[in-house]
Ligand binder design. Structure first.
Ligand code: N01
Length: 552
């Protein structure tokens, strides 16, 4: 608050300030500016657009959603003119796409780069937010929209001695733009989530030696990435409306339906044959092979057994295979990675696996990593593929103060509390895109992003039509929604992955609360639409407090 008062730059009135220029911020800008004619500014910490894809440039980084589905649906022209080159888009290609979108829709003029938001405070007497940046600029706005991404605040574990390391270390989510040359280097990779699993095979190809430090073994399905053929691209382009319909009608927003068959209802031979086919097809489609993999432990066990056998078949050294076999959580209860030659990488002479559950990392020392057993792994480069303070990290990094001085950090000390994941009580006129309490990270992200942006845009249009200056939700509504989010998670096997970042379990001291809404994207979107139809049930509106725009 005091920083806001001290800010030296003059306040500039806006209808909306959007924080973040990734997938969600770009589309929100387009909708509010070009759809509603509002005055909007996007504040972006990075030096370019792209959000998470601006930062994530680690070796092997690509999305696990299929490229044609990892795209906006709002412009038919954009769909037809953009050409994806591979089944899964690389980080470079996604950045190209988002830069193309920024240019095509003339968005850059309203995006301020290299601008990190420090805090925001709501003035209840005027129904206005004042947003302040680290460079002490301030912006006055009617609406504050956070488009900060779900997995963008890097988690670098506080391992003793990190700064004493005589080589270089990097977090995958803050990768140097000029790249890192591994040639002739001894590299240590900590972490075997989606990122570590993508990076390991690529690093192993160029490094002299790679040591993978694994704390928890993980499931992974072959991605089967490949260039897209002209026929496939033609087929997709002529079928976009139907594909989008499928994406909006499923649980996870992917362009394929989840089978209606229980894994337990088919004979074992047929089940194995189906898993075998799904393994060959690759990617997240494997998870959709049976209806109950995420709801019935016995059904899930059949997938677990199949994947265990695959790991044993791929990894030549049986002792290493046993270490790589995940045993502490059911399949897909952590976000399931998809890979290109991950398990095969452990057959290489220049790759070693260190099980840090059995022999924990004690410290980082100048020459490498010291294990509890006393052994030192000598290293030139350490890569932290150790994940993110997901869903709440980027929101709580800012000092956001709502009505009556409520602090988001304090209000969420025991876990995030929102109504529909869209708004927190005591934070009027602030909307959260794909925040905690919404399907977000359980989905192919463009689907929940577009749904949220469209809903927020319609809500603002409704307010303007009615002359409302304030929208707020209440504690009761948020409590009931959080209870429903828990209920939805508990109806699945997802909470059984006790160390998952969905639960905040990867960040020391973070409250363990299942954060995303597991009730399914289609169901959630229907609920939000129903709320809007019922004059925004669960929200209250006020009018008359805002000085109209021209008098700001
Ligand atoms: O992060 P993670 P990520 N010592 O948190 C380990 C998306 N994504 O960057 O499991 C040793 O999943 C940790 O071990 P454990 C996707 O949604 C998508 O890989 O906590 N190890 C784990 O192995 C994904 O889920 C794509 O025991 C430590 C790893 O680090 C999300 O981003 C690609 C440690 C962290 O795994 C995050 O994935 C990449 C320590 N102190 C990411 N601390 C695609 O679309 C942590 N670990 C393909």
């Amino acid at each position: 608050m005091s920083a806001i008062r001290q800010a030296s730059a003059p306040a500039i009135p806006y209808d909306a300030i959007i924080i973040g220029a990734g997938f969600s911020g770009l589309y929100q800008l387009h909708k509010l500016r070009d759809g509603l004619g509002l005055k909007v500014r996007v504040l972006e910490a990075g030096g370019g657009v792209g959000g998470t894809w601006y930062w994530n440039r680690y070796p092997g980084a690509r999305c696990d959603s299929e490229s044609f589905s990892y795209s906006y649906s709002f412009s038919k022209e954009l769909e037809q003119e953009w050409e994806w080159s591979e089944r899964y888009p690389s980080h470079e290609e996604i950045r190209c796409y988002l830069n193309h979108v920024a240019d095509r829709f003339g968005l850059r003029q309203d995006i301020q780069l290299n601008t990190r938001v420090k805090g925001a405070a709501f003035d209840s007497s005027r129904d206005l937010w004042t947003v302040t940046t680290e460079s002490r600029e301030s912006f006055v706005t009617r609406f504050l929209i956070t488009a900060v991404g779900c997995i963008s605040t890097a988690n670098v574990p506080d391992i003793p001695g990190r700064d004493s390391f005589s080589g270089q270390w990097y977090h995958t989510g803050r990768w140097p733009h000029e790249g890192v040359d591994f040639t002739g280097k001894r590299v240590g990779l900590i972490g075997t989530g989606s990122t570590g699993i993508q990076a390991a095979p690529v690093i192993a190809e160029s490094a002299a030696h790679l040591t993978v430090f694994q704390r928890t073994a993980n499931f992974s399905i072959p991605a089967r990435n490949a260039p897209l053929t002209p026929e496939f691209i033609r087929e997709i382009k002529s079928n976009y409306p139907a594909l989008r319909d499928i994406m909006r009608s499923t649980t996870n927003g992917h362009p394929f339906a989840i089978s209606q068959d229980s894994a337990l209802a088919v004979p074992e031979e047929e089940r194995r044959a189906r898993y075998e086919r799904a393994w060959e097809v690759g990617g997240l489609r494997f998870r959709a092979e049976f209806s109950d993999l995420l709801s019935d432990k016995a059904a899930n066990d059949t997938a677990v057994e199949f994947i265990h056998d695959k790991i044993r078949a791929i990894v030549k050294d049986p002792a290493i295979a046993e270490k790589l076999i995940p045993r502490d959580h059911p399949f897909a209860t952590k976000r399931p990675p998809v890979d290109t030659d991950y398990f095969e990488t452990f057959n290489r002479d220049n790759v070693r696996l260190v099980d840090v559950k059995a022999d924990p990392i004690e410290a980082i020392v100048p020459e490498g990593i010291l294990l509890k057993s006393g052994g030192i792994v000598p290293l030139d480069i350490i890569v932290f593929a150790t994940g993110y303070d997901a869903l709440t990290g980027s929101l709580l990094a800012m000092d956001i103060r709502g009505a009556d001085g409520h602090s988001l950090r304090e209000d969420w000390a025991a876990g995030p509390c929102t109504y529909l994941g869209l708004q927190a009580p005591h934070f009027p006129n602030m909307f959260i895109i794909t925040g905690p309490g919404s399907p977000s990270v359980l989905c192919n992200m463009p689907v929940p992003i577009e749904q949220h942006v469209n809903w927020i845009t319609e809500c603002i249009a409704y307010m303007d039509a009615k002359g409302y200056s304030r929208i707020e939700t209440g504690e009761q509504e948020a409590k009931a929604w959080v209870a429903h989010v828990n209920e939805a998670a508990n109806a699945t096997l997802l909470p059984l992955a006790g160390s998952s970042w969905y639960l905040g379990a990867n960040i020391p001291g973070k409250p363990r609360v299942f954060m995303p809404y597991a009730g399914g994207m289609a169901r959630y979107a229907a609920l939000c639409a129903e709320v809007a139809q019922a004059d925004y049930r669960g929200f209250r509106f006020l009018s008359g407090q805002t000085q109209r725009r021209q008098s700001l």
